[in-house]
Design a binder for this molecule. Structure first.
Ligand code: NA7
Length: 540
């Protein structure tokens, strides 16, 4: 028995869910959005740790669908802080009156498909049951946080925080002894600020990361004005670019260039302070280990320049994976922080974490007494939020079971056996390897256009065929294998979560090429999908 029926249920009110709701409503479809948080913004709602910023420049990280929105919103900094990005999400929700269709503080627990009626039955943790023709998971790639897999957290009497669930009122560590576990982007952004407050800061590092100075600063009026004047051309270039950010395409191998010239190019990339400049200096940085080594060594030399103690500099220098194959970080004063006497680095590859105790953190070597602990240990990325919901497709098959050996999808948008279900920036799509805003808009538009087409053509059900899915999975793997990404233990590979299958979960073929492929499939009447007509439209 369902309480209500709608055309579409969307899970999540981050940027994906907000724009999906906007598009569907414009098409006259009844839509319900369920959101676990008390407000919109998704990742920007939860990740309120000190120093949280996007690592894509603010002028690139916004919606393009509304020229009016583009003109009226003004970013303040090169990399605007989390509160400003959250403010933008709230502004979008208000401006387009989206909240009236969003149910907050509500998690979707299950979604079950009925092949006879072509409907999904969606049940929430509040006990609400909604039936819907289409089901869209807009749950984000980095939304299910993970803790370090060590026992004892419940015995620690002081506060334990996770960067992905930071208290809304903020935390003041002044005078406190703190332990931080994890040195990914969240750790690298927050450690300088937390350590500056703390009496003692002990950083537990499993894998050092490559980080570059963000060069963050206020945007000038002229920069903002110029972008506002050129938004249309700029957005068009971003849409068809590789990473969702227009950058000049490299033409040469890093190995054919003299060292001095190469280092000048890397220095120019370094000075730009963004994620892609060094990575895109040469054609083979992400494909050939020897080429990559030149960039990796450039960054390691920078670490040695900053960190005074050579042993510490070496401990902070990544050597176990190629540059760029784990997401690089942008920081403000990260390496400098380790020159302070009250900041300590513990290399837990050498002395592994054993447990959290009543006093602090114990490694195989010693116990570190602290007043507060911060987990900056990341997420069950890409698939975590999808398999957390009990999703059952045709014949009761669960998505969790189907993905037991790694995610399989057609385009990262749809899954065979799960008709009329869509995943926004799902695994095997460009997603986290691109500017997420560009990836989100492309997926949401494709899904909205697809649903519109199904409606106009009296199609009740769309389902990826096994064959199309197999071919896509193979293609994603083949393209991935032309790069160095699969050689790293990264969250792109699922390696950060014990027991997770090792599969490269993103598509590295480039945003523009991927968009072309998706458009082509739609233009061919949704090639690779089985289409079932509405019963009344079938000739007797
Ligand atoms: P990340 O990048 O996954 O970083 C998590 C960090 O926590 C990383 O250093 C991990 O080491 C470490 N970690 C994870 N589990 C453990 C355990 N069990 N013990 C010790 N250390 C651990 O997450 P972030 O939140 O920093 O950033 C996620 C993305 O958000 C980022 O890439 C940007 O796209 C924005 P590891 O490297 O796995 O050895």
């Amino acid at each position: 028995m369902t309480d209500k029926s709608v055309d579409v249920v969307v899970v999540g009110a981050g940027f994906s869910g907000l724009y999906q709701l906007y598009r569907l409503r414009e098409m006259g479809l009844t839509t319900r959005v369920f959101e676990a948080g008390s407000g919109v913004g998704g990742t920007w709602y939860w990740n309120r740790y000190p120093g949280a910023r996007c690592d894509v420049e603010s002028l690139n990280y916004s919606f393009s669908f509304s020229p009016e929105l583009e003109q009226e919103w003004t970013w303040s900094e090169k990399y605007s802080p989390q509160p400003e990005i959250l403010g933008y999400a709230e502004h979008v929700a208000e401006r387009f009156d989206l909240k009236k269709d969003i149910t907050f503080d509500t998690r979707v627990e299950s979604a079950v498909y009925d092949g006879d009626t072509h409907t999904w039955t969606v049940t929430t943790d509040g006990g609400e049951v909604v039936s819907t023709r289409f089901f869209v998971m807009a749950t984000g790639c980095l939304s299910v946080s993970k803790a370090p897999e060590i026992p004892g957290a419940e015995t620690f009497p002081g506060p334990i925080y996770h960067t992905g669930h930071w208290p809304h009122e903020g935390v003041d560590f002044t005078g406190k002894r703190i332990a931080v576990i994890g040195t990914g982007s969240s750790g690298i952004q927050s450690i300088p600020i937390m350590a500056a407050q703390a009496a003692e800061a002990t950083i537990f590092q499993r894998t050092p990361n490559f980080s570059m100075p963000a060069g963050n600063r206020p945007l000038t009026e002229e920069e903002v004005r110029t972008r506002k004047e050129n938004y249309r051309e700029y957005r068009e270039a971003a849409k068809w670019s590789g990473f969702g950010v227009p950058v000049p395409a490299p033409t040469r191998s890093a190995l054919e260039v003299p060292e001095e010239e190469r280092n000048q190019a890397y220095q120019a990339g370094w000075d730009q302070g963004n994620l892609v400049a060094i990575l895109t200096s040469y054609v083979d940085t992400l494909a050939v280990k020897e080429a990559n080594d030149t960039a990796a060594e450039f960054v390691r030399a920078k670490i040695r320049d900053v960190v005074k103690d050579p042993e510490l500099a070496e401990a902070l220098s990544p050597r176990s994976f190629p540059f760029g194959t784990k997401r690089p970080c942008l920081d403000t004063g990260y390496y400098e922080t380790f020159n302070d006497d009250h900041v300590h680095l513990v290399d837990i590859r050498k002395t592994p974490l054993v447990e959290i105790t009543t006093k602090g953190v114990r490694t195989s070597e010693q116990e570190y007494e602290v007043d507060a602990i911060v987990f900056a240990t990341g997420f069950d990325a890409m698939t975590g939020a999808l398999t957390r919901v009990d999703i059952r497709g045709r014949n009761g098959v669960s998505l969790r079971e189907k993905w037991g050996e790694g995610p399989r999808s057609y385009l990262g948008l749809t899954v065979a056996g799960f008709p009329n279900m869509f995943t926004i920036t799902g695994p095997s799509s460009p997603s986290v390897l691109t500017n997420m805003m560009v990836a989100i808009e492309q997926h949401v538009d494709w899904v909205a256009d697809c649903i519109g087409w199904l409606r106009d053509n009296d199609v009740a059900e769309l389902e990826a065929t096994d064959r199309a899915e197999d071919e896509w999975v193979r293609h994603v793997e083949e393209v991935g294998n032309t790069t160095l990404y699969p050689t790293a233990d990264s969250w792109y590979m699922g390696s950060n979560v014990p027991g997770k299958p090792r599969v490269f979960m993103a598509y590295i073929g480039g945003m523009g090429a991927y968009r072309e492929k998706c458009d082509e499939i739609a233009a061919k009447g949704y090639a690779g999908f089985a289409l079932t007509p509405e019963p009344e439209s079938v000739p007797a």
